[in-house]
Design a protein around this ligand. Structure first.
Ligand SMILES: *[C@@H]1O[C@H](CO)[C@@H](O)[C@H](O)[C@H]1NC(C)=O
Length: 351
């Protein structure tokens, strides 16, 4: 009964959302995005790093078939979310040339591929650490004050903040870096990541943020690269990695509850992407997909970033039926499914 009532409430809220958005005014003043390659919209293009996606076939299904630096054939889940909120353009990548003047009034994107809760992860790949992303947000705020004057503080407090991090800390750091995995047990490592998360949110709150959504870890063991690297030659999701993700997600949930208690004005939602992505991987056909093991780009087993390029042999002609675009990142089609799930989960942030 409660579940049914909750379901009806959610449907009513979404209907309300559709009505409000159709009036032409976005539901919130802006969106700010922090984290890793799942949400990077082009910041790494401007860095001295190997982790980039600003060349074909990345972006081949984006508007004007343009590679923007998004690690996807098309839109990211956050792009759909921004559209669902009623915006007609995306918050600009903060290091891009678009991040200027009135474009900054709807927020900004500070995310950087290969960044994570551990600054050490970002440093390994010359990505922008979360600590630095927060510095950029401070710098942004002084620009906003001169652009928006009296409205700056209501933009900051009314906007939605999205944090996506953690995958790179495991897959691109802990699992492959003996300097880290010999120094910390998995339990200690996840504790340190969650501690960084808590500190990051406290700092963001201190800078005026009040509506924060944070993504859970995905089923790490189902990423095609993880199956290739850690799957022992099999073709199944790596159970050990999925368990690590589940453990982390539990700790993240507990930390979020603690933050909400200690910060009465904070609205915080954990966006569960573990469940929806695992469902896509286990039951691709239910959602109109036919391939959930191999990615579209190249052989679909290992290629990402530089290795997924215009000369990669075997890239699929149409990514629509694929869950994964490259060996780490979902396709636009899968991102759409994830964004629909986020919409329902995120009602608390906009009501
Ligand atoms: C890919 O396939 C889908 C579904 O089969 C179709 O709707 C779409 O037009 C195709 N896209 C391209 C670029 O061929």
């Amino acid at each position: 009964m409660m579940a049914l009532w909750g379901g009806r409430l959610a449907v009513a809220a979404v209907l309300l959302l559709v009505v409000v958005v159709s009036e032409g005014q976005p539901l919130v003043p802006g969106v700010f995005i922090f984290g890793d390659s799942v949400v990077d919209a082009g910041n790494n293009n401007n860095l001295y790093t190997l982790v980039k996606a600003n060349f074909p076939p990345y972006g081949r299904d984006f508007s004007q078939h343009f590679p923007t630096g998004r690690f996807c054939n098309g839109k990211l889940a956050t792009d759909f979310t921004v559209e669902n909120l009623g915006f007609t353009s995306y918050p600009p990548a903060y290091l891009s040339q678009q991040a200027t003047g009135n474009n900054l009034l709807i927020g900004a994107n500070f995310a950087s591929a290969s960044s994570g809760y551990s600054d050490g992860t970002a440093n390994l790949y010359r990505a922008i650490s979360l600590t630095q992303q927060l510095q950029y947000f401070k710098e942004y705020q002084s620009k906003l004050r001169s652009l928006a004057r009296g409205k700056a503080s209501s933009i900051v407090s009314g906007s939605i903040y999205v944090i996506s991090a953690g995958s790179s800390d495991y897959v691109q750091n802990y699992y492959i870096n003996p300097l880290v995995n010999r120094a910390y047990t998995l339990d200690q490592f996840s504790d340190s990541l969650v501690q960084s998360f808590t500190t990051f949110v406290q700092n963001l709150y201190g800078l005026g943020a009040r509506r924060i959504g944070v993504t859970s870890l995905p089923p790490l063991g189902c990423l095609p690269a993880a199956i290739t690297l850690f799957g022992g030659g099999g073709n199944e999701c790596v159970a050990r990695l999925n368990k690590d993700a589940t453990t982390f997600n539990k700790k993240l949930g507990a930390a979020a509850d603690g933050l909400k208690k200690s910060h009465p004005e904070l609205r915080m939602v954990i966006f569960d992407i573990y469940g929806p992505l695992l469902d896509l991987v286990n039951n691709p056909g239910n959602n109109g997909f036919f391939e959930a093991r191999k990615a579209c780009c190249g052989t679909g087993t290992i290629e990402t970033s530089l290795l997924c390029n215009g000369r990669s042999p075997g890239t699929c002609a149409n990514a629509t039926g694929y869950v994964f675009w490259d060996s780490f990142h979902p396709t636009e089609a899968a991102n759409k499914v994830l964004a629909d799930a986020l919409l329902l989960q995120g009602i608390d942030l906009i009501s």
